[in-house]
Design a protein around this ligand. Sequence first.
Ligand SMILES: [Zn+2]
Length: 170
Amino acid sequence: MLCDFHIHTKFSDGRLSLREVVDLFGKHGFDVISITDPILDRYILEERIRKGEQINAITKEDFKDYLKALWKKAKRAWKEYNMLLIPGVEITNNRDLYHILAIDIKEYVEPSLSVEEIIKGVKEQNALVIAAHPDRKKEDKEMNVEAIKDAIRKNENIAIYLMRKTNEKR
Ligand SMILES: [Zn+2]
């Protein structure tokens, strides 16, 4: 099965629109994709606003419309390509360095919360938790993958945990 569970679109910092993403993966025979544009912790948000930078992310205010747009495209993806599109989000916390993919998310989860609270909030929605790009570094600091693992273990009755493995050091 061909799947990709971490995709950004023009809704945030991606290069392709949602329509173009669906066509790209659909034409390449993918079975399942999840669109996971980021939502940001309040410190990154405030910093970007202060510096006059583009927000390049989904805001709390946009969240419902974002999900609606994804569900609409999910219908087309299924009809045209027999491809399952699952609405998701990348919960981005750069202060404590965890990026969490929440697949099949239904409600906004505040990225500024503790990792335990985030994972609890995601699991209460029966969404899937994935540690995003655990190998990536930010200003030379490692992603806080252990915190995500611990928080998932505390919710183990419902936890599903996936992680990309890599042997390369970047
Ligand atoms: Zn990320």
